[in-house]
Design a protein around this ligand. Structure first.
Ligand SMILES: NC(=O)c1ccc[n+]([C@@H]2O[C@H](COP(=O)([O-])OP(=O)(O)OC[C@H]3O[C@@H](n4cnc5c(N)ncnc54)[C@H](O)[C@@H]3O)[C@@H](O)[C@H]2O)c1
Ligand SMILES: O=P(O)(O)OC[C@@H](O)[C@@H](O)[C@H](O)[C@H](O)CO
Length: 381
């Protein structure tokens, strides 16, 4: 049986990527720092995935096990036995785990392995695998880099499935609830060997797909969360039902859409159908997706290559409208989530003020005009 190693046995790891890989006939070894989940995977060797929506169903994912990600020997041992390594740990964690990947590559070279290994980061970021590869290569010497160039593929990917955290009474810590929709798109040109997985779409045009997903779904999702939290809604489906929020969210997705249509020559009618389908996904009452989860890590989400600022910069490039995106950014700055980055953002806003905070988190990528417009909306909240 083919084997795969997946870093991040969280929502997406178990609810999407690990499930797809297991159902493609692989044994899946999960690596995580969450001992409770790892222990449960090793006890049961399977876990339950509830697919919720109009046609709900329960799937059992089999042939799984777990190792602690911070046990270098276990990670190296697993890395020698697999042909595929994937991640879903969060963009901020990729740098932290890059050393484990470097150790696996060194061990495979020492052992003289000539089988190919594909490494795919399945994160909400543009070119996550390329970023991971850069961090890995910093830890390799010249001959190890030559080995990696020959035998290791680093294809970038775009992942899409809404998978909220769940604490269901009487369910195991490995139980996960997912929506029906899923889309995993991988850059065909960077795959080594013949990686064929049912449920994985290979493309020559990955950037278009990554930007379409991140700057449509995640742009709208974030703004739904930020305004929803401000208006004291708990879940995404409650927020998107609020007509004022819906108008701003659809407006922002449309503004970002105009940029994507110009940049990638998307068919306009098709793209706006894609937007409508995503809004319907936000309305899924069975997901009970918390606005806190969707708004988490606002410093990351206000980054210049991220879901709010990158589309806004596109509107400046193409001279198209952006008032809803600007509104969304103002609400993002108001987000009082409980995660570390939200707490940091709140203290930055208190200590430095809006203009300085925006300048820092967006790496000085938006000018004074936009900042003034954000500030004027922010001050009325
Ligand atoms: N949840 C979704 O709807 C969704 C959908 C598409 C993409 N994503 C992306 O997938 C990634 C993971 O998101 P998630 O929602 O599954 O988050 P999550 O918090 O549920 O899962 C992340 C997992 O990584 C683990 N982790 C942290 N540090 C680690 C380390 N050093 N080694 C191994 N594991 C470690 C955590 O313990 C956790 O289990 C993010 O990039 C996210 O943007 C999420
Ligand atoms: O995971 P994040 O923090 O980048 O963004 C939160 C959500 O928007 C995200 O997890 C979506 O549910 C997901 O991108 C859907 O494919």
């Amino acid at each position: 049986m083919k084997r795969a190693l997946h870093f991040g046995a969280g929502n997406i790891g178990r609810g999407f990527i690990g499930k797809i890989i297991s159902e493609a006939g692989y044994e899946v070894i999960f690596a995580d720092v969450n001992g409770q989940v790892i222990d449960q995977l090793n006890i049961d060797k399977e876990y339950e995935v509830e697919v919720v929506g109009e046609n709900s169903k329960t799937d059992i994912v089999k042939n799984v096990s777990g190792i602690m990600s911070n046990d270098p020997e276990k990670v190296k041992e697993a890395g020698l036995r697999v042909s595929l390594i994937t991640t879903a740990v969060g963009p901020n964690v990729l740098k932290i785990i890059s050393g484990s990947f470097a150790d696996v590559i060194k061990a495979r070279k020492e052992k003289g392995l000539e089988e190919v290994l594909n490494i795919i980061a399945c994160e909400n970021m543009v070119k996550g695998t390329t970023f991971l590869k850069e961090n890995i290569y910093e830890k390799l010497n010249e001959s190890e880099k030559e080995y990696a160039d020959k035998y290791i593929g680093f294809p970038d990917s775009a992942v899409d499935r809404i998978v909220p955290p769940v604490n269901a009474e009487g369910k195991k810590p490995t139980y996960v609830v997912v929506e029906e929709f899923y889309e995993w798109i991988v850059d065909r040109n960077l795959i080594k060997g013949d990686l064929e997985l049912e449920g994985m779409i290979k493309t020559d045009n990955l950037m278009a797909y990554i930007e379409r997903k991140l700057f449509t779904l995640n742009t709208g999702h974030a703004i739904t969360a930020y305004i929803g939290k401000y208006k004291k809604y708990k879940t995404i489906d409650e927020s998107i039902k609020d007509a004022d929020i819906r108008n701003i969210v659809k407006g922002a997705m449309g503004e970002s859409g105009e940029v994507l249509i110009k940049r990638y020559s998307f068919d306009r009618e098709e793209h706006f159908k894609y937007i409508d389908k995503i809004i319907k996904r936000f309305e899924n009452i069975y997901l009970k997706d918390d606005v806190e989860r969707v708004g988490r890590q606002p410093l990351r989400k206000l980054g210049k290559n991220e879901r709010l600022i990158k589309p806004l910069l596109g509107t400046l490039e193409y001279n198209t409208s952006n008032e809803n995106l600007v509104t969304g950014i103002a609400y993002a700055l108001k987000f009082d989530g409980s995660d570390e980055e939200s707490v940091k953002l709140s203290s930055m806003m208190k200590e430095k003020g809006l203009a300085e905070t925006l300048k820092e988190v967006t790496e000085n990528s938006i000018g004074e005009d936009i900042t003034a417009r954000v500030e004027s909306i922010y001050n009325k909240l």
